[in-house]
Design a binder for this molecule. Structure first.
Ligand code: SF4
Ligand code: SF4
Length: 400
């Protein structure tokens, strides 16, 4: 894998393309409680799972169909092909009532709280992921509705729209445009927050007196307000074009639609080359957060290694969080997870640059994510229920 200059200039100019309707959906419901069972019929927009987190949005059926199987992490829906939908649910509330309504419609409202500074992040998150460009260019009306809605909850005094240098986006009303250098990882939230406020925050945390949302979240909120329907689609970069894709669409359906044949040994990644997560199998469904698909061919030499760390320090030289990824990865490798905290693992923004540059080709980001996962379990997070694969086999839901 070679990303020659980490440029965030995507060169994207085309409109959003509507992906075709799949004949089945694997709707992710991890961290949710399913409220329907196998055999139940759903309409497009029927609520199928309640979020276990008070801020994360609930999940709704993106299309009409029949529920074929329910697991702890996804629901398998056979699509009937009919255009049957739940009735519209418009909202004219403000403040907390509006916040709750958005959550019920599938929006993650964790960052929608009253505060003084609102930052809208429109910088491409990774090289090759260009979803914000068509939204900023062609869906301005939807984004304006989204911004107006957010203002009714957040009531900010200052609003910043942050885009990459070279992006010609005009400011929205009451909104100041700021530019950052179009170089990865400048578009990741903690670095955008630092650009605007000067504050350094841990990943997932918010600045003092401020909040941050992406252009995609703005779009989700605008669509929900405009249509009165819950979130049912995500925006993804597939190849060089951007698509609207139903949540739960199997990644294998998308590669087939693109005419791409995935060969044994290839790796299909949900997201971009630097931060994406490898799909478990071709039946894995896309989630609200999925912003692209990246295919690595077997010949590109991305085999997992257990090479020793050489102590060369190359990873440290490239880490934007000023960490020692080599040391953190060694802690994870030898199951010294608590020790990784001494090397400030929680400051890692998961940019993947350390692994990209590692002389020994160690899977550094994967080690770091493993250690964070184990630390979360040690801190009391719940282990997902163990669903035997043979149970899935019986229902034809086994991994490919
Ligand atoms: S992924 Fe690696 S380079 Fe990026 S912040 Fe974390 S430790 Fe640093
Ligand atoms: S770049 Fe790789 S080999 Fe070098 S210190 Fe970092 S982890 Fe170790």
């Amino acid at each position: 894998m070679t990303i020659s200059n980490f440029s965030l200039h995507t060169g994207e100019t085309g409109p959003l393309i509507q992906a075709s309707t799949p004949d089945r959906l694997r709707v992710p419901i991890y961290g949710m409680t399913p409220i329907l069972a196998e055999g139940d019929q759903v309409l497009a927009g029927t609520r199928i799972a309640l979020s276990n987190n008070e801020d994360r949005g609930d999940m709704h059926a993106p299309l009409a169909g029949t529920i074929k199987a329910v697991y702890h992490d996804y629901m398998h829906i056979e699509v009937t092909g009919e255009e049957r939908t739940e009735p519209l649910v418009p909202c004219s509330e403000s403040g907390n009532a509006l916040r709750k309504w958005l959550r019920d419609m599938g929006i993650n409202v964790a960052r929608l709280n009253r505060t003084r500074t609102l930052i809208i992040n429109g910088v491409p998150p990774e090289p090759g992921i260009s979803i914000y460009e068509p939204l900023l260019r062609d869906y301005r009306k939807v984004l304006e509705i989204g911004l107006d809605t957010i203002q009714r909850i957040v009531e900010p005094i200052r609003i910043f729209m942050v885009v990459a240098e070279g992006n010609q986006t005009n400011a929205f009303a009451n909104c100041t445009v700021k530019h950052v250098a179009p170089i990865y990882p400048k578009g990741l939230d903690p670095l955008v927050i630092k650009t605007v406020t000067g504050q350094e925050v841990l990943p997932g945390m918010l600045p003092k007196n401020g909040t941050i949302l992406s252009v995609k979240e703005l779009y989700f909120i605008g669509r929900v307000m405009e249509s009165g329907r819950p979130v049912s689609e995500t925006v993804m970069t597939l190849g060089t074009q951007n698509h609207l894709v139903r949540i739960g669409t199997p990644v294998g359906w998308l590669t087939k639609e693109l005419g791409v044949k995935v060969q044994p040994g290839d790796r299909l990644v949900l997201g971009g080359a630097m931060r994406g997560m490898t799909a478990v199998n071709l039946e894995q469904g896309v989630d609200k957060q999925t912003n692209g698909l990246t295919l690595f061919r077997k010949e590109e030499g991305l085999e997992t290694t257990d090479n020793f760390c050489l102590g060369c320090g190359e990873c440290e030289r490239h880490c934007p969080s000023r960490l020692m990824p080599g040391m953190i990865s060694r802690c994870a490798e030898f199951k010294q997870f608590k020790r990784a905290e001494r090397f400030h693992i929680h400051s890692c923004i998961e940019c993947g640059l350390c692994g990209y540059w590692c002389t020994a080709q160690r899977p550094l980001l994967q080690y770091i994510r493993l250690a964070k996962y184990e630390l979360a379990l040690l801190a009391g997070a719940e282990l997902p229920p163990d669903v035997p694969i043979n149970e899935r086999d019986k229902k034809g839901d086994a991994p490919c």
